[in-house]
Design a protein around this ligand. Structure first.
Ligand code: FVH
Length: 284
């Protein structure tokens, strides 16, 4: 395999391949980042063209969509009849754009979304989502599995990225919620460390509720027993306490706005999952 990009993530991917004894050629725009990997057994290519031409499988892990375009565009001729796995984070439409470019240049394209940080690569909990060419996925799964659990999400090259970004959306909003709470108690002199020690087990337990929300959403029945209604819990006390503590409610207030729009639309007796419908209705 030839791996283009030796940033924090590319370095971890290369190291996992070398540790597994997989023949690996590496390239990076800025020289000097490959030394430790070469000492461990990787072959260093001095140009992208050299790197691409020695392997049937090329993997890119670069900064963004533009850096992949800049790197592969000039070597499209040597990319022909090879397989490309792009682990660079892009939007779904950018992934589809690469798939179309690949198609035009006789390249088999698989897009990937890495659900791990560099230190996790090759270890427990590391997962990479793939979509695009099923042939590339099937042919190379044993080597892809060296990095983490590999899951294929179908021929639409944008699906892996869509899952990736949707999961990151969930994560960042949860992280933002932690910041909101930490600021609220922080205004009363509580350290963020103390707050984290209380909040971590609580949130871990609360995530068990996702499957319940999911069942309600998939059934489109938001009126089931045992749910707090939107009217009962419109987050008013949380927003007010944030303000009373001198803390901006900017993280929690948009959630309240979704609830209030659903109440105004006549759904006040229904449960929290109902805000899914407000989101699905698009930005007002
Ligand atoms: N690091 C992480 O935790 C996340 C986990 C989830 C997935 N991401 C994505 O992985 C891509 C690479 O991330 P990274 O952490 O390796 O990023 P950096 O350490 O900043 O390295 C960037 C590499 O990209 C090269 N590069 C940048 N611009 C260009 C360009 N125009 N042409 C060629 N190469 C370019 C850069 O080269 P250099 O600066 O050393 O010369 C690095 O090799 C990324 O999509 C994450 O979203 C990581």
């Amino acid at each position: 395999m030839s791996l283009l990009g030796l940033g924090a993530m590319g370095h971890a991917l290369a190291a996992a391949l070398i540790d597994a004894g997989h023949p690996t050629t590496i390239w990076n725009r800025t020289p000097g980042k490959a030394d430790a990997l070469v000492a461990r057994g990787a072959k260093l290519a001095s140009t992208v063209r050299d790197a691409v031409s020695v392997s049937p499988l090329v993997v890119t892990c670069l900064l963004d969509h533009g850096s992949v375009q800049e790197t592969l565009g000039p070597v499209a001729d040597v990319m022909a009849h090879r397989s490309l796995v792009n682990l660079t984070t892009t939007t779904p439409n950018q992934a589809r754009e690469f798939a179309s470019w690949a198609d035009d240049h006789d390249v088999a394209y698989l897009d990937g979304g890495i659900m791990a940080v560099p230190a996790m690569i090759g270890g427990p909990g590391s997962a990479i989502l793939y979509s695009g060419s099923s042939t590339v996925f099937g042919d190379h799964k044993p080597v892809l599995d060296l990095w983490g659990e590999s899951t294929y999400f179908g021929p639409d090259a944008g699906m892996a990225s869509l899952y990736d970004l949707a999961m990151l959306a969930s994560m960042y909003v949860m992280f933002g919620g932690f910041m909101q709470g930490a600021a609220m108690v922080g205004a009363a002199g509580v350290t963020a460390t103390e707050f984290a020690s209380r909040t971590t087990p609580f949130l871990a337990a609360m995530t068990a509720g996702f499957s319940g929300f999911a069942a309600i959403i998939d059934a489109k029945n938001y009126t089931g027993e045992g749910q707090q209604s939107l009217e009962f819990s419109d987050l008013g006390k949380i927003v007010q306490t944030s303000i009373d503590q001198g803390v901006s409610p900017d993280i929690i207030a948009p959630v309240q706005a979704l609830i209030r729009r659903q109440i105004a639309a006549g759904h006040g007796k229904e449960g929290f999952s109902r805000i899914f419908e407000e989101l699905r209705a698009g930005k007002k």
